[in-house]
Each structure stands twice: as C-alpha cells, then as structure tokens.
Design a protein around this ligand. Sequence first.
Ligand SMILES: NC(=O)c1ccc[n+]([C@@H]2O[C@H](COP(=O)([O-])OP(=O)(O)OC[C@H]3O[C@@H](n4cnc5c(N)ncnc54)[C@H](OP(=O)(O)O)[C@@H]3O)[C@@H](O)[C@H]2O)c1
Length: 266
Amino acid sequence: MDKDRPDEMVVLLVQSILCGYRLIDTAYSYGTEKMVGTALKLLFDAGIPRDAIFVQTKYYPVMPYSGKSVRKQFEESMENLGLDYLDAYLIHQPVPRYSELEYTERNISVWKEMERLVEEGKVRHIGVSNFLERHILQIAENCSIAPEINQLEINPQFQQRGLAEFCKKRGISVQSWGPLTVTEDKVKTVLQMIADKYGVSWVQVALKWNIQSGNIPVCFSKNIRHLAENMALDFELSDKDMEAVRLCNTADAHRKTWWYPRQQMY
Ligand SMILES: NC(=O)c1ccc[n+]([C@@H]2O[C@H](COP(=O)([O-])OP(=O)(O)OC[C@H]3O[C@@H](n4cnc5c(N)ncnc54)[C@H](OP(=O)(O)O)[C@@H]3O)[C@@H](O)[C@H]2O)c1
C-alpha cells in the first residue's frame, strides 16, 4: 500500500474486501497500519463482521530486540489498527537489522512474548516471515506454541520449494509474498504461453500455480481491475503446466538482491 496516498488506499482496501479478499497483510515497518485501521472501521461500521476479515501484522526486529520491545510495538500496532484482537502476528524477519550476531536468543525471547499475547487472547495465531529451516528449529525447540505461519517470497522465478515443504511437513501454513514479482523475461514468456492456453493473464497463472502448490499468495495491487482479475482463478493448471512453471525456478534475480545473501548467512 502507498502510505503517501492514504485516502486512495483506504478506498482500495474497502473495494478489495467487497471484491472478496479476506486477508489483510500489513506490518509495523510499512507505516500502513493506520490506513488499514481506517478502512476496517468503515467496513465494521457498514456491518461487515470482525470475524469475516483476517488481519495480520508483523513485529519488526530492530534493536533493542526483546520481549519488552515486542509488547511495546504490538500495542502501538493495535492502536493503529483500532482492533482488540489480531488474527495473526508474525516476526517480520529472523535477524534484527544491524545486529546479525545476536539474534537466536532474541528470537526466542520475542517468541515467548508472542506466546503470552496468545495466552492473553490478544492474538489468535503467531508465525514468522522470511525464516529459514534453522531459524524455525531454534524457535520450535524452545517454545510451547509452534510457529503456525511462515510468510516467504515465493513466485515462479524464486520458489523456495525445499523450505516450503519443510514448513508444510511441520504443519506451518506457507504464505507467499511477492507472488507476482516476475522480473525475468524468459519466465514471463513461459507464463504467457500457458496463460494463452487457458485464456487468462500470466499474473493469473502465477497466482494459480502458487495456490496449486499449496501456498497462500499475498498479493498487492493499486488497481481495482487488477484486484478483480487476481480473484478470478476459476481454472485448473494441468500437471504438465505446473511442471513447466516449476522449471522456471532460476533464482538468478534473487542472488543479486542485497538481502538474499544475508538471509543465507545468518
Ligand atoms: N514479509 C515480507 O518480508 C514481505 C515483503 C514484501 C511484501 N510483503 C507482502 O506481500 C504483499 C505483496 O507483495 P509485493 O508487494 O512484493 O508484490 P506482488 O503482489 O508480487 O506484486 C505487486 C505488483 O504486481 C502488480 N499487479 C498486481 N496485479 C496485477 C495484474 N492483475 N496485472 C498486472 N500487474 C498486476 C501491481 O501493480 P498494480 O498496482 O498496477 O496492479 C504491483 O506492481 C505486500 O503487499 C506485503 O503485504 C511481505
């Protein structure tokens, strides 16, 4: 969401719920929680029940990164959102920014505070985002509530299949962020060829492939026509076409990002 155009974004959010979307994904670090709160108030005032919308936000691990800091940031997020409970609360990334060397103990203490939020009835589900296997195991070995969600970048050119399978085997729902982030022309060409067979767009193929792979795509658009298109997924990709998308997993573009090597390192 574009935090510089709040009114427009509130309207889009309301429209997206009317279009059928039910999960709102935000984060403390996006600076969009207040906008989400405004849209939610409009929707609830119009009679949409609270339990019809799944609202999730994320704790952003900057130093000081501790149980105390998660409580403080959580309370601020809840005030921004105007909610008395949250459907899901995620740790945004496994390593606190600017402090790569001291994250394991801190992840565990943050997680224990998130467990307390569940015990107090303030949060329904707790999870993580951008966590690799080892980061999940560090938490799982030291917790009473296991992570229920891992939100990961997953799209046809960057599939993270091993990690997604690991999560599913442990009963962790996999949400895919950046599901439409396809920058490589060769991948777009394959998606477009498949799309032509079904009379849909390459974007719809990318979303359907993600869903048929067992993931929950979390996509974004500022365009109401695109929002509607992204919900129109009433077709089934054949095994052959699923395999063709599977072969697009080059990860080339991602190795060049600033965050990918860091994520692998810590
Ligand atoms: N956990 C994390 O670390 C993390 C990181 C990044 C994002 N996220 C979450 O994931 C969400 C989505 O990821 P994302 O923002 O990276 O990108 P995305 O959903 O993969 O792609 C968004 C882009 O796709 C375009 N688009 C959407 N529908 C389209 C359509 N039908 N036809 C053509 N273009 C279309 C949008 O342009 P238009 O506006 O023109 O439609 C926008 O530029 C975010 O909103 C955020 O909630 C999480």
